[in-house]
Design a protein around this ligand. Sequence first.
Ligand SMILES: [Zn+2]
Ligand SMILES: [Zn+2]
Length: 463
Amino acid sequence: MLIQFLGGAMEVTGSTHVLSTKKSRVLRDAGLFQGRRAESRQKNETTFVNMEPVDCMVLSHAHIDHCGNIPLLVKNGYAGPIHTHAATKDLCDLMLLDSAHIQELDAEYLSRKLDPDDPLIAPLYSEEEAEASLQYFVPHHYHERVQLTEDIGVTFLEAGHILGSASHIFDIKEGRRKIKVGYALDLGRKNLPIIRDPEYLTDIDALVMEATYGNRYHKDINQAEDLLAGVINRTFKRGGKIIIPAFALERAQEIIHTLMKMYDAKLTPMLPIYIDSPLACEVSKVFGKHPETYDEETLELAKSRTRMYMREFVHLISTVEESKALNDDPSSMIIISASGMCESGRILHHLKNNVEDPRNAVVIVGYQAENTLGRRIVDRAKEIKIFGQYYRMNAERVVLNTFSGHADKGDLMDFVSHVGDRCKTFVLVHGERQSIMDLAENIRALRPDARVLTPERFDTISI
Ligand SMILES: [Zn+2]
Ligand SMILES: [Zn+2]
């Protein structure tokens, strides 16, 4: 069997892999490329134009770098099933429409910069096109096996990354040969808030694995509360505001969940929390619909006093007016807003209005890809550019990788050590080059009997 990497190889975004035999072709994920505008647009536009048709698709989770190109896939003629976890299906209903909305705003913005005679720039896909792709989703649950084609089946396992995220084991029949390929992409970590821990993949011949944090360790997740409490207490003393850019999906819910626990333990003053992201509010409702995916602690909390705190301290902001009113309110508060990498959305207004005041704090809680505004904040840029204007970055900057939903170097090596001797091929994707190379070296040292592959975009490997 063959695997071709159309995206997410030697880079973090754009995950798109095709598994094929002589008889069938299965697409795993169709992720949007993000980063430098023109370059990503070119990659997104061409991925499926040159791809040979596939029989069906399997989707790992609802992050845009894995599902964001599905509307384009359908636009290019795909009309088969998209097999995914039930929670991922519900999340994609929201995420794909939101992505289309961002594409439309983006196209509008770019079109405004054109000469009057130039043709307008069309969005990558429209809200109608995103809507049209949703009809192909087929919901499944963990530990379910689906026969995808005559010779390829797939089993869904817990990836412990975000709500509904799945690792997969593909079982492939090639003549008398049976091959099992594990997919740990994206892979979460133990003890994340809300969801259950990732399951190990065993009894497989090959493992395709992410390497986002292939050469870095996260701080212990159990320190998250202390670190977050520290910055809240410092900022409160200064009379400032705490701005948290957070992905509307998962991170926002995790942060709220953690704040509620902190308030309960009286670790900080109970500042009002404003969720300024209509999408985050909608996503929270999907979390409420899927208690079957919660860990034990969350099931307990769902029954306890947390609900009361939610009503009292968490304010959902829906209109632009309400969002703007937060700027005129001088009191200390926590603003959680999207997008998570500060590339678009209401977070830009909050950053613009708050970064120059040294009393405030900007708390980065998620991965920031290269060439994003979020990355420049992490890299301690003295000035940041928002809507064409420069702002001095005087606010306190705090980077908390503690909340990362991705396995770190230690988790990845632990995962590899549990795979078992049958696995003779390790394939590293979904990471920046150095991270992939460093992790490959470590796996080669641990498993000198196996081959460790680090494919480039468009490479095909044989298993
Ligand atoms: Zn992800
Ligand atoms: Zn990803």
